[in-house]
Ligand binder design. Structure first.
Ligand SMILES: [Zn+2]
Length: 86
């Protein structure tokens, strides 16, 4: 499950001890309370349909350069928005 989470763009936040909360590197969406049967890609898109990385449903190693560039542009825009509205 950890590898599938990482491939779907998530990293562990460790914000609360014992939490399974993860955050997307692109849209910064946080998700927790995972079930073993959850598909990280499907959950990502379901809870943050605007995430360009989740929309691609393609792990990082298989992205084209233009796809990666688009993701990085959106990531930076999302980071700026999160700073302005936090
Ligand atoms: Zn995302």
């Amino acid at each position: 499950m950890i590898l599938q989470m990482a491939k779907a763009g998530f990293y562990y936040t460790a914000d609360i001890k014992g939490s399974d909360c993860v955050r997307c590197f692109c849209c910064y969406k946080e998700l927790n309370n995972w079930d073993d049967s959850d598909d990280p890609w499907k959950e990502h898109l379901k809870h943050q349909s605007s995430c360009v990385f989740a929309q691609l449903q393609t792990e990082e190693a298989n992205l084209s350069l233009s796809q990666l560039e688009g993701i990085l542009i959106h990531r930076e825009a999302n980071r700026i928005v999160s700073i302005l509205f936090s």
